[in-house]
Design a protein around this ligand. Structure first.
Ligand code: NAP
Length: 316
């Protein structure tokens, strides 16, 4: 069993005393790690604003949380579809209008393993569009409020960053020539992680020390990820794996993002998640990050491309 800077058990929410007075914005809370993270934040007395694409599921989530934790919990939902830049802009506007403070933006929502190449409303391949460009735009638009709050941006990546081609396919960003569900999911998660470290470099260059940006992953967690978008075969394999100790609970999968959103004095340059075998399960702490995730020329080019494609300029 590995040990972490937080001891043998690794980081757990027991380390949080109270989050009273703090506000967290989190994407994708209708299931999986996002739901569990929102629940723990609320239990610790935080205010939570959820950003979800499906209004019916969001209403059900609100009802479930209120049933479990009481009607008075400070939780709301704003509709946002990461597959639409217009929707992200509208949601960000609403967040900025209604929230005077953001202590952490937790970019948790994603899709995975979409069997056939599909496109977002803006013409991006769906994994790249939802997981990378959507979250990139959201972060840039909320950055001014996060800066005013000396807050954090937490990006939920995946060990998938270390699969596939291990770089960004700039000459074919929509994967027209070699589409593969796994390859393009890995690419989108690598893109998300690279932008965490590129943001750190840009904040440093601008002399801004207030905002912190973290990358983490949930290991292998029993969530709806594959069920929502994967092929029949991938879903079948995943259903079997979920019954084995190779896969942990969704609640444990939420710990890395909660740690990055709340733990004081956490090193931003690291990559966090479960530290057991293959980094799939185990105590939460620092995981080794392979150098291709910090390939500077690629990070810089990806950032510039992402600003261009989403039509946003970070106000750093
Ligand atoms: N589970 C794992 O083993 C695993 C491994 C590595 C990384 N991850 C990462 O963990 C994070 C959480 O995923 P999960 O495993 O908890 O999966 P999940 O149960 O499927 O939850 C994903 C959430 O994202 C939302 N979402 C999907 N597309 C969206 C869109 N276009 N706009 C807004 N929200 C959208 C989903 O909403 P709907 O209910 O509307 O679909 C859902 O609330 C993801 O970033 C994923 O890549 C998970």
């Amino acid at each position: 069993m590995s040990t972490t800077q937080f001891g043998k058990k690794g980081w757990t929410p027991d380390r949080i005393t109270t989050l009273k007075g703090k506000t967290f914005v989190i994407t994708g809370t209708t299931s999986g790690t996002g739901f569990e993270a929102a629940k723990i934040l609320l239990k610790k007395e935080a205010k939570v604003v959820m950003l979800n694409r499906n209004p019916t599921k969001a209403a059900d989530t609100l009802a479930t949380l209120k049933q479990e934790l009481g009607n008075a919990i400070p939780v709301t939902n704003i509709q946002m579809d990461l597959a639409s830049l217009a929707s992200v802009r509208k949601a960000a506007e609403e967040v900025l209008k209604t929230l005077p403070q953001i202590d952490a933006l937790m970019c948790n929502a994603a899709i995975a393993q979409v069997p056939k190449q599909t496109f977002t409303e803006d013409g991006f391949e769906s994994h790249l569009g939802v997981n990378h460009y959507g979250n990139f735009l959201l972060q840039a638009l909320l950055y001014p409020r996060i800066e005013e709050s000396n807050g954090r941006i937490v990006t939920v990546g995946s060990m998938g960053y270390n699969l596939g081609i291990k770089t960004i396919q700039f000459d074919d960003m929509n994967w027209d020539k070699n589409y593969s569900p796994n390859g393009v999911y890995s690419q989108s998660k690598l893109a998300q992680i690279m932008c965490v470290y590129e943001l750190q470099d840009r904040l440093k260059a601008a002399g801004k020390t207030g905002v912190k940006s973290y990358a983490c992953h949930p290991g292998a967690s029993s969530t709806s990820l594959i069920k929502t978008s994967g092929s029949l075969m991938t879903r079948f394999i995943w259903q079997i794996m979920k019954l084995t100790p190779m896969v942990q609970s969704a609640e444990k999968g939420a710990y890395p993002e909660l740690m990055c959103a709340t733990e004081p004095d956490l090193d931003q340059t690291a990559f966090y998640g479960p530290t057991g075998k293959n980094y799939w399960t185990g105590p939460v702490g620092e995981c080794k990050l392979e150098p291709h995730a910090k390939d500077k020329p690629v990070m810089k080019r990806l950032w510039e491309l992402s600003e261009n494609e989403t039509g946003v300029t970070w106000n750093l």
